[in-house]
Design a binder for this molecule. Structure first.
Ligand code: ZN
Length: 249
């Protein structure tokens, strides 16, 4: 038996009354756990093992899945659950963590990052700002921080008067002196480059207060999505739902 804090990243139903959860923990990374009988009305742990909360769990080690023996809620981000875009964003952030973290590998920085992101969404911060800040932080935690100050090819300090391209496979911004590589690349405006720099230099409260033209914000979003897709080797499935939510009825 062991105790841990955890957040639910994803879940699926198993059999009549069980649920299999993918959990993110501070010290054991990602864990697959089974919550037995959790869908029965009288389940002792049923109400506790919900997403968007920090849980305190007592677990029993198992061969395929660990078993959740006891569960209580440490902190529940209820406000986040009430807003569709915030909760769709939270599922997306959880999915990124799920793809980024190995099972049973320490991932404290990712745990702390996700916890803070849930807290910020719960506080009502713009979901897009939280998501970009988190994407940047996640790439950083994986040792793949995007380069936005120097050209990824010639290491030259970028000049505001030139044209830039965003090349995820090379790790960031490419200056105008090089022919494009055969990999994916997109143009990047100076405004979007400045915003990407801001995500690196400023804390999230300062970023939340910035007034940013929607087109620039959209460009930075596209750039970071491409970057994360490259880092994690595929597109997050929950993005389709998030985009649908944002598009509205
Ligand atoms: Zn260059």
């Amino acid at each position: 038996m062991y105790k841990t804090q955890a957040m639910v990243l994803s879940r699926f139903e198993l059999g009549e009354a069980d649920r299999v959860l993918t959990l993110l923990t501070p010290h054991d990374g990602k864990i697959k756990a089974i919550a037995k009988g959790v869908r029965r009305p009288k389940s002792r742990i049923g109400g506790a093992v919900e997403p968007f909360a920090e849980l305190h769990l007592v677990m029993i080690r198992g061969r395929t899945f660990d078993i959740i023996s006891q569960a209580s809620v440490g902190e529940a981000w209820l406000n986040l659950r009430d807003h569709l875009e915030s909760s769709a964003t939270a599922w997306y952030l959880g999915e990124l963590a799920q793809r980024a973290v190995e099972e049973r590998a320490t991932a404290y920085p990712v745990y702390a990052l996700l916890r803070r992101a849930f807290q910020l969404l719960d506080d009502g911060m713009a979901p897009g700002r939280v998501a970009r800040w988190y994407e940047y932080g996640l790439a950083d935690a994986l040792g793949m921080r995007p380069e936005v100050d120097r050209c990824v090819e010639c290491d030259r300090q970028l000049d505001e008067t030139e044209t830039f391209r965003w090349v995820p496979a090379l790790g960031g911004v490419l200056c105008e002196r090089h022919p494009g590589p055969p990999t994916e690349q997109v143009g990047l405006s100076l405004g979007a480059l400045k915003l990407l720099k801001a995500y690196r230099r400023l804390d999230i409260e300062a970023i939340a207060a910035l007034r940013i033209p929607p087109a620039v914000e959209a460009e930075a979003e596209d750039a970071l999505r491409r970057f994360l897709r490259y880092v994690l080797e595929r597109e997050a499935r929950s993005l389709a739902f998030l985009d649908e939510v944002r598009a509205g009825p």
